[in-house]
Design a protein around this ligand. Structure first.
Ligand code: ADP
Length: 449
C-alpha cells in the first residue's frame, strides 16, 4: 500500500512538472482568508506528522488576512513545506507555523528543528529532483520535486518562496504572496469585487506621466507615478506591481541600470516592463540580449494603441495559458501589421535580430514563430534548427519575408508567405490557422503525457 501511495505521489508530481513546463498548470483564483486556510492545511497534514512523532504548532493569527489564491494549489505548497518539516524534525519535537504581514504581502513560515540546509545544497534546493541525500528517498519518502512545484505555484500567485537556515539548527521555509487590501480600506466599489492590477509609471516628465496614467487608468488599472529610479525602487519594495512603464532618461539613475537591477532581484526578475522613452531604440540596442526581457520599447510621442497592447501583453504575460508568438522582424511597419493582426490572439514578443531571437527562444516556449529571412545580423533560416529544438512541442513556423524561401528549407517550416504577394487578410487567416493547429497539438501532447 505504501509503495503504491508513493508511486501515485511521484506520478502526480511528474504530471505537475509536465504541466508547468508546458505552461498548462491551471489556477482557479478566489478570495481566500489565510488564517482559516492555514488552520485547515495544518489539520490536513497533522496525521503525517503524528506518524513521525512530530507536533505542528500553529501560532494562531490574531487578525484576518485576505489574499487571492487557488486554495487547492496553495494547499499543495503547504503540504510540501509541512511534510518536509515533519520528515526532518527529530521525533518528539515540534514544527512551528505562523503568518505575518510583510509590507503589502502575507508571509507564511514553517520552522523546523531538523538538520537544516547545508551551504552546498542551497543553490539546488528548488531545482527538479534535488535531494540533499538521495538515500532520503527510501528512508523518508519524497521525489525531490515538491519544492520545484511549490515555487512555480507561488510564482503564479505573484509571490516568492525561500528559506533561512543555519546548518545543524533547523530551517524556516516561507513564502510571501500579495495581500488583498482590507475591505474597509478599499476606496471604491470596484476594489471590493477583486484586485485591480496596479501599474507603476516611472517617468520624470509630469505631463508624459499624466498622459500615461490617463491611458492606463482608462483601461481599468490603477497607476502609481514615480519621478525617479530611487522612488520607483522604494515603491516596488513596498508593494507588488503587475507591470511598469519606464522612461530611460531620468535624473540620477538611468532606466537601463534600473532594468538591470530589477532583473537581478528574484522578486522583480519577471516584472513586466514597457519602456516608453525618446531613446527607446538606442536603449534597446545598449541593453543587448537582456532587451528581450522587456515587453515593448515605445518611442515618444506615445503611440496610444501600442501602449494599450503593451499593457495588455504585460498583464497577459503572467498568465501561463496564454498563446505566445515570436515575431522575428527588423522592419517596424511589418511589426506593426503583425501586432495589429495577431495582437488579440496572443502575446507577441518581437526580436529584431538573430541574437535577440535566440535569447527569446531560450527563455520561452512559443506556439508560433513568424520569421523574416533578411535580418541585420544573419539569415532567418539559420534559426530554424534552434526553433525546432526550443520546446518539447516545437512551435509552428511561418516564414514571412520579402523573398521566397529556398526549396531545401520548405520541409522545415509550416508555411511561407512573400510580403509583396500577401494581403493582410491572408496573413491573418494563416496566423489563425497555424495557431489553432499549435494549440491542438499542445493539448494532445499534454493528454498523452
Ligand atoms: P522531497 O519530495 O524529496 O521532499 P522537495 O523538493 O520537497 O522534495 O525537497 C527537496 C530536498 O530538499 C529534500 O529531499 C531535502 O534534501 C531538502 N529539504 C527540503 N525541506 C527540508 C527541511 N525542512 N529540512 C532539511 N532539508 C530539507
Amino acid at each position: 500500500y505504501s509503495n503504491a501511495d508513493r508511486l501515485v505521489r511521484l506520478i502526480n508530481d511528474i504530471l505537475d512538472i509536465e504541466k508547468i513546463e508546458a505552461g498548462k498548470l491551471s489556477f482557479q483564483f478566489q478570495k481566500t482568508e489565510m488564517a482559516s486556510f492555514l488552520t485547515r492545511a495544518i489539520e490536513d497534514n497533522r496525521a503525517f506528522a503524528h506518524e513521525r512523532g512530530v507536533e505542528f504548532n500553529l501560532v494562531q493569527p490574531t487578525e484576518e488576512f485576505w489574499a487571492e489564491t487557488d486554495p487547492d494549489r496553495m494547499a499543495q505548497v503547504m503540504a510540501n513545506l509541512l511534510s518536509n518539516a515533519a520528515k526532518f524534525t527529530p521525533e518528539g519535537d515540534a514544527v512551528t507555523i505562523w503568518a505575518e504581514k510583510r509590507g503589502a504581502n502575507i508571509r507564511i513560515s514553517v520552522k523546523d528543528s531538523g538538520p537544516g540546509i547545508s551551504y552546498e545544497f542551497r543553490k539546488q534546493i528548488f531545482s527538479k529532483f534535488a535531494q540533499a541525500d538521495s538515500s532520503d528517498t527510501r528512508k523518508l519518502g519524497g521525489t525531490g520535486l515538491g519544492l520545484n512545484i511549490s515555487k512555480a505555484i507561488v510564482k503564479a500567485h505573484h509571490g516568492t518562496i525561500d528559506f533561512e537556515s543555519t546548518p545543524g539548527e533547523g530551517a524556516t521555509f516561507y513564502f510571501e504572496i500579495p495581500l488583498l487590501e482590507e475591505e474597509t480600506n478599499k476606496p471604491d466599489a470596484e476594489r471590493s469585487e477583486g484586485v485591480v492590477a496596479r501599474i507603476l509609471i516611472c517617468e520624470d516628465d509630469l505631463d508624459a506621466a499624466n498622459l500615461l496614467s490617463l491611458i492606463i487608468s482608462e483601461m481599468g488599472y490603477e497607476t502609481v507615478i514615480c519621478a525617479s529610479a530611487a522612488e520607483a525602487k522604494a515603491a516596488i519594495a513596498k508593494e507588488n506591481f503587475a507591470a511598469m512603464t519606464l522612461d530611460l532618461s531620468m535624473p540620477n539613475q538611468c532606466g537601463l541600470t534600473l532594468i538591470r537591477e530589477l532583473r537581478a532581484e528574484e522578486r522583480t526578475s519577471d516584472l513586466p516592463i514597457i519602456v516608453v522613452s525618446s531613446d527607446a531604440e538606442i536603449g534597446r540596442t545598449e541593453l543587448g540580449p537582456q532587451a528581450v526581457s522587456v515587453v515593448d520599447w515605445l518611442e515618444k510621442p506615445i503611440d496610444i494603441n501600442r501602449l494599450r497592447n503593451g499593457v495588455s501583453n504585460a498583464l497577459a504575460k503572467s498568465n501561463s495559458d496564454v498563446i505566445r508568438i515570436l515575431h522575428v522582424e527588423d522592419d517596424d511597419d511589418h511589426i506593426a501589421i503583425v501586432s495589429s493582426l495577431a495582437g488579440e490572439a496572443g502575446f507577441i514578443d518581437v526580436a529584431k535580430s538573430c541574437v535577440e531571437a535566440e535569447a527569446f527562444l531560450t527563455a520561452h516556449d512559443y506556439d508560433l514563430v513568424i520569421l523574416d529571412l533578411g535580418l541585420p545580423d544573419g539569415r532567418g533560416e539559420e534559426l530554424l534548427p534552434m526553433i525546432r529544438r526550443s520546446s518539447s512541442v516545437p512551435p509552428q513556423v511561418l516564414v514571412f519575408s520579402i523573398e521566397d524561401l529556398d526549396v531545401p528549407y520548405w520541409p522545415k517550416v509550416d508555411s511561407a508567405l512573400v510580403k509583396s504577394r500577401t494581403t493582410n487578410n491572408a496573413l491573418s487567416d494563416k496566423i489563425r490557422a497555424l495557431l489553432s493547429r499549435s494549440v491542438y497539438r499542445r493539448d494532445i501532447t499534454i493528454a498523452d503525457a
